[in-house]
Write a protein that binds this ligand. Structure first.
Ligand code: ADP
Ligand code: MG
Length: 570
């Protein structure tokens, strides 16, 4: 509730206006039956045509005013719901951008999507419903009841007899429906996750011919969800006919009792007005009890959104030391674990000096990419320190680390947009010539030249119209265009043939001469020309040195070399 109030705060003026408008329309609605009853009692019975016309005119004006205020307030409310949802979604998006990787892992992409879409929608819908009943209910209920009492006390008391029945029925139905909805919310997460996974892996599914099995899996999740929704809506469907039945029974009772009581000064107009007021009050009560039943559902949605908004997020260390990186990196006894008992890297000590060209080599799962995450400050060491020019990453402002490093991460990320836009992410103010130069160094220019529109060629979502090697080279071009003292390439040449890699590396070395360069690789040919090669195995740094030295003394390095060169020693 607090969260909602916080989001409504900037729009309080609109909220007040909307409530006032709704109140005016409720007052108009309350006036109508009284006017009608006086037409019947004074106009029709007294055959006073002028009076009837006057009352009709008054009714027309009142109804018009009610209509206008309702339309206006609905428009305001719709706008308000849209604005609040928009703010909430923007906050979720901003927050997700600051998530640590652990937080990403805990919630999962699919759940994050449903939080920003489905949950925000549910919450704003229920809030708007609650708000409109909260604004109209007291007026309609008290006003309608008092006006009915003024007409006839005994007949009005019939409302009181029926109220508990309606409230109990609505609450019972609500109790039945609520868990069903919660269940369907839960399955929306699941279904979304399965669907995402399926769509991403569609090629594997087709290649293995497992469509039928996958279809079954998704059908299972969908069916549970559909069943919950159908059962929920069926239960809700009972509500309206039941309310109508009760209402009509009440009306019959009123008419019957009024027949018995006609002698006591009760007029036809009075009976008419009482029937109208009873209808109003009962409708109001149904709406209000329903809104109250929905409250827990809003709480569920708010809790789910809260899981995102209240996450701690990654500290950007804004108050940390501002320092322009020079290019020296040191790992002091660094260990890191992804949460389990096993350490992904343990007790790493390494020193990379400004301007050095180093390579980190090792088999898959040996901890190379984990070292990159630690360098970039994506993860903080569980033990030990990562230092830049002698300052620990924990003390540095994170923006300095990010500004000082240009990296190509494993698994190239390409975005929808043109080639130029993708490269320009490296440096937003880069000119077209600089972009083209970066593409040339990344050995992409031959390819770009063949494209319609060259750098303006449109890339479809996630780079689907590019090959693996083209995507890698595009990511490399993006890193090249950024100017930084440190360049990191994590498995970035793996999809390139040897000749292309050779050309690219020599152009790259030329371009970033004097900058610190860290190449992470499984290929001996990518590593051997480095000033220093670090050899990783099972999360440990087992040796470091030049190619020749390592061949002499490091068994693991020799094995990697032998496996890739067909057994020779050099
Ligand atoms: P490399 O890059 O050398 O192939 P990684 O640094 O990616 O190796 O992985 C090192 C170890 O950490 C592996 O055992 C891997 O299973 C584990 N690991 C990597 N990423 C994660 C993660 N996000 N969550 C849990 N474990 C991970
Ligand atoms: Mg890796």
């Amino acid at each position: 509730m607090k969260r909602i109030l916080k989001y409504l705060k900037p729009y309080r003026k609109k909220v007040v206006i909307a409530v006032l408008l709704v109140s005016v329309s409720s007052i108009c609605d309350l006036l109508l039956p009284t006017l009608m009853s006086s037409i019947l009692d004074n106009g029709v019975r007294g055959k006073d045509f002028g009076y009837i016309c006057l009352c009709c005119l008054a009714m027309l004006v009142t109804a018009g005013l009610s209509l206008a205020t309702v339309l206006w307030s609905n428009k305001l409310a719709a706008r308000l719901v849209a604005d609040v949802s928009c703010d909430m979604r923007a906050d979720i998006f901003r927050k997700v951008n600051t998530f640590t990787f652990e937080e990403f892992g805990k919630l999962g992409t699919a759940a994050l999507v449903t939080r920003a879409t489905h949950d925000v929608e549910t919450l704003s819908w229920i809030v708007s419903m609650l708000a409109s009943t909260v604004a109209t209910m007291p007026l309609l209920f008290i006003g309608g009841f008092v006006l009915a009492l003024l007409k006839d006390v005994v007949l009005s008391l019939i409302i009181l007899a029926f109220l508990p029945i309606i409230v109990i029925a609505v609450i019972l139905i609500g109790k039945k429906v609520l868990p069903l909805w919660e269940n369907s919310d839960l399955y929306i997460d699941k279904q979304n996750a399965i669907m995402r996974e399926r769509l991403r892996g569609i090629r594997v599914i087709r290649a293995f011919g497992s469509e039928a099995h996958e279809h079954e899996r998704i059908a299972e999740a969908t069916n549970v969800m559909a069943e919950s929704i159908i059962r929920g809506n069926t239960a809700m469907g009972i509500l309206t006919p039941m309310a109508m039945l009760l209402l009509n029974v009440a009306i019959v009772l009123i008419v019957y009792l009024s027949g018995l009581r006609f002698g006591s000064g009760l007029s036809a107009g009075d009976v008419f007005a009482i029937v109208q007021y009873v209808t109003m009050v009962m409708n109001g009560v149904i709406m209000a009890s329903f809104a109250i039943v929905m409250l827990p559902r809003a709480q569920v949605a708010s809790k789910r959104i809260g899981e995102v908004l209240d996450a701690k997020g990654m500290g950007q260390n804004e108050h940390g030391i501002e320092h322009t990186l020079e290019g020296n990196i040191r790992f002091e006894n660094v260990s890191f674990s992804y949460g389990g008992a096993n350490k992904a890297v343990s007790n790493i000590c390494l020193n990379i000096e400004k301007g050095q060209k180093v390579a980190i080599i090792g088999g898959t799962g040996s901890g190379k990419s984990t070292l990159v995450s630690l360098m970039l400050g994506f993860r903080m060491p569980t033990e030990g320190k990562v230092l830049y020019d002698g300052i620990a990453t924990t003390d540095l402002a994170m923006s300095c680390v990010r500004d000082g490093i240009s990296s190509v991460l494993q698994g190239s990320a390409i975005y929808t947009g043109t080639i130029a836009e993708n490269i320009r992410m490296g440096r937003p103010d880069a000119t077209d010539e600089e972009l083209y130069e970066a593409a040339r160094i990344a050995q992409l220019s031959d390819f770009v030249d063949t494209l319609d529109g060259k750098l303006e060629y449109e890339i479809t979502q996630a780079g689907k119209n590019l090959s693996g090697g083209q995507k890698q080279r595009l990511s490399i071009a993006r890193a090249i265009v950024k100017e930084a003292p440190i360049y990191i390439f994590d498995d970035s040449f793996s999809a390139l043939d040897f000749l292309t890699e050779k050309k690219l590396r020599s152009a790259l070395n030329e371009h970033i001469r004097g900058k610190t360069q860290i190449v992470i690789t499984q290929r001996i040919t990518s590593a051997m020309s480095a000033d220093c090669i670090f050899v990783m195995e099972k999360g440990e740094l087992i040796d470091a040195g030049k190619h020749d030295e390592l061949l002499e003394r490091c068994k693991v390095y020799r094995e990697i070399f032998a496996s890739q060169t067909g057994g020779g020693t050099k």
